[in-house]
Design a protein. Structure first.
Length: 123
């Protein structure tokens, strides 16, 4: 289970990595080559698609970071966890979500299924 907690920590760190080159390297190390990411706004397969989704989120929310909100609940090769997107200077999270991560046999991410619990309302 500690391996899954570490995987979740590394997963969130990828979302927070500002340097595109380092982020792509981290994605290569973290995700299976055929890994998938699915949430209400995206459904992609492969590392390039995952990198594009993460880059898009970083562009949409500059000055924000993802952080774990609570404990990672894990069993076998599956982990579920809640996260928040918070302003770097502190304050309330405009986006809160819940993800389920599935690890491959080699310990990399095979799939992540994301759900958005709170999103900003358009102005």
């Amino acid at each position: 289970m500690s391996d899954l907690k570490d995987l979740v920590t590394r997963y969130l760190a990828v979302w927070n990595e500002p340097d595109p080159t380092r982020r792509e390297q981290a994605i290569s190390e973290l995700w299976a080559e055929d890994g998938t990411y699915t949430d209400p706004l995206a459904d992609v397969a492969g590392r390039a698609g995952i990198a594009a989704v993460i880059a898009g989120a970083r562009e949409q929310f500059p000055g924000f970071s993802f952080r774990l909100a609570g404990e990672v609940d894990a069993n076998h090769h599956i982990a579920r966890f809640q996260w928040e997107l918070v302003p770097d200077g502190g304050g309330e999270a405009p986006v809160v979500g819940f993800d389920v991560a599935v690890a491959a046999e080699d310990g990399r991410l095979r799939a992540v299924y994301g759900f958005l619990d709170r999103v900003p309302t358009p102005a």
